[in-house]
Design a protein around this ligand. Structure first.
Ligand code: SAM
Length: 278
């Protein structure tokens, strides 16, 4: 059997052994599906474009499968893990490989981290196999609040990835797609088989690449944009003159070049921006 200290990757038997030795019970509520295919880790690292010296935030390192790949590629990683029962095993994995000098393990809930203090004046990439139950709010809230997080490559539930990356006219286009477009562009770059995880998740997974806009293309206040988008998609089958009736008149919509008889899903992010600018 290969040694962890030599290959610096976690294999399926190694993960099984850690789970047993530490008496762990992978939690579905915390989305604990650990990557157990070194080839998949290498693919994520390659697709992320991470380079030696890059600053990387990893949300949900679990037992460290991806953390090892990132640190081995020369990145400086802050790994934020919410489950305190995993931390001793994660620390052991980092120490055994000698990659612990590049990795700071932080026991915290990523939804409650003091991000400003953590990120300082640097820019960061987010590379992570995200906990699926919180992946959409995490991506959208951090895009809004933390401009220092610039490039993302994240594993998410396939459907959530499609929704975040969808363009108008697409079946999955909705609130997450339009909100994300304000801050960034996104693309599903790969789909991922359930077989690369231990335990196997019930849902399928995808890799989502998110690139923050250098200059915001939509010249309108975000809060107003989000308010209109939520109202429009809240009643997505209705025409805008009904769904947005509390917020805009039909004349105002027309003055922004939007037909009041359109539905939310027909409007591009730029058109939502035009409405928000009024
Ligand atoms: N990155 C590891 C891998 O690929 O093997 C584990 C990924 S697993 C899908 C998600 C991880 O996120 C779990 O370790 C879970 O405990 C952790 N997690 C769940 N909710 C979290 C939160 N709010 N903040 C930080 N970590 C969280």
């Amino acid at each position: 059997m290969p040694e962890l200290s030599e290959i610096k990757r976690l294999t399926r038997p190694m993960i099984g052994e850690l789970i047993e030795r530490y008496g762990l019970e992978p939690s579905r509520a915390l989305g604990q599906n650990f990557l157990c295919e070194p080839g998949m880790v290498d693919k994520i690292v390659r697709l992320s474009g991470v380079e030696p010296g890059d600053n990387v935030i990893e949300i949900g390192p679990g037992l460290g499968s991806l953390t090892l790949g990132l640190a081995d590629a020369g990145a400086n990683v802050i790994a934020i893990e919410a489950d305190r029962y995993l931390i001793p095993a994660l620390n052991e994995v980092m120490e055994t490989t000698g990659l612990n000098e590049r990795v700071q393990v932080l026991h915290a809930d990523a939804l409650e981290v003091h991000w400003d203090q953590l990120l300082g004046d640097d820019t960061w990439k987010v590379i992570a196999n995200l906990p699926y139950n919180v992946s959409t709010p995490l991506v959208l809230d951090l895009l809004r609040d933390q401009p220092r997080l610039t490039d993302w490559l994240v594993m998410v539930q396939h459907e959530a990835g499609e929704r975040l990356a969808a363009d108008s006219g697409n079946r999955t286009y909705g609130i997450p797609s339009v909100i994300l477009s304000y801050w960034a562009s996104a693309k599903v770059v790969d789909t991922v088989s359930n077989s690369v995880f231990l335990p196997r998740p019930r849902v399928s997974s995808a890799l989502l690449k998110v690139t923050r806009h250098e200059t915001l293309p939509i010249d309108a206040p975000f809060d107003r944009y989000a308010e209109l988008v939520r109202a429009g998609f809240g009643q997505r089958r209705k025409m805008l003159r009904r769904s947005l009736s509390d917020l805009l008149t039909s004349e105002q919509m027309e003055s922004a070049g939007v037909a009041p008889t359109d539905r939310a899903e027909n409007l591009t992010p730029a058109q939502w921006g035009a409405l928000a600018r009024l």
